[in-house]
Design a protein. Structure first.
Lengths: 114, 112
């Protein structure tokens, strides 16, 4: 059973472009969480999704950011019109149920905005 | 989630026990203590959690004080691969809110 997969691992975008980050949860996991980690800081929760539903998006910036977890395929975190402040590591985690301690984190996508 | 306080960094000699403290003086009765670690350039990894009794698993031991205002994560025989940032988190698992709130953690360096 492969772990949580994220791609790309590294993404470079120029200001104003769009960034799409993908997360494939572990087999059998229907709960996905996205976190952002700025340099030298701890992870900050962004959004929690369960297949086709957004359960908690309290950590998502109000503009430019969106997330989805379709019935088929990976979860996508989309950032429109990126700015330098969006440069960070974005981690996805998945779990078979909404239980803290049951989630597995992916290796992250490091976004650099030039 | 209740706030936690951890030292920013610690060193430990390889083969010795690493004891990582965490203060959580405002913890409430339903909140558990969770520990995660993040090895450089990787995603966080769950280690252990507990409510009030001491806990042990294959990775570590968790000692929680009787008043539950602090706890210590113990890595009994630290190896170089244990070098990581360790996060102590308190939360109520029954709250219905599954998000984790990470602080800045303790950067543990294992010295050869």
């Amino acid at each position: 059973n492969a772990g949580v997969m994220q791609n790309p691992r590294h993404l470079v975008r120029r200001r104003g472009q769009e960034a799409r980050l993908r997360c494939s949860p572990m087999k059998g996991h229907s709960h996905v969480y996205w976190y952002r980690q700025l340099p030298e800081e701890g992870l900050k929760f962004m959004v929690y999704l369960q297949k086709e539903n957004i359960i908690d998006e309290s950590g998502m910036p109000k503009e430019r950011f969106s997330a989805e977890f379709p019935k088929e395929g990976p979860s996508i975190l989309r950032i429109q019109q990126v700015v330098r402040g969006d440069s960070a590591a974005y981690f996805c985690a998945s779990s078979p149920a909404p239980v803290v301690g049951a989630e597995f984190f992916g290796p992250g996508t490091r976004l650099t905005v030039l | 989630d209740a706030k936690t306080t951890q030292p920013p960094s610690m060193d430990c000699a390889e083969g010795r026990a690493a004891n990582l403290p965490c203060n959580h003086s405002t913890i409430s009765g339903n909140e558990y203590v969770y520990w995660y670690r993040q090895i450089h350039s990787q995603g966080p990894q769950y280690i252990i959690h507990g409510l009030k009794n001491n806990e042990t698993n294959e990775m570590a031991s968790l000692i929680i004080t009787e008043d539950r205002k602090s706890s210590t994560l113990i890595l009994p025989h630290a190896t170089l691969r244990d070098t990581a940032v360790y996060y102590c988190i308190v939360r109520d698992p029954n709250f219905g809110n599954e998000k984790l709130t990470f602080g800045t953690g303790t950067r543990l360096t294992i010295i050869p």
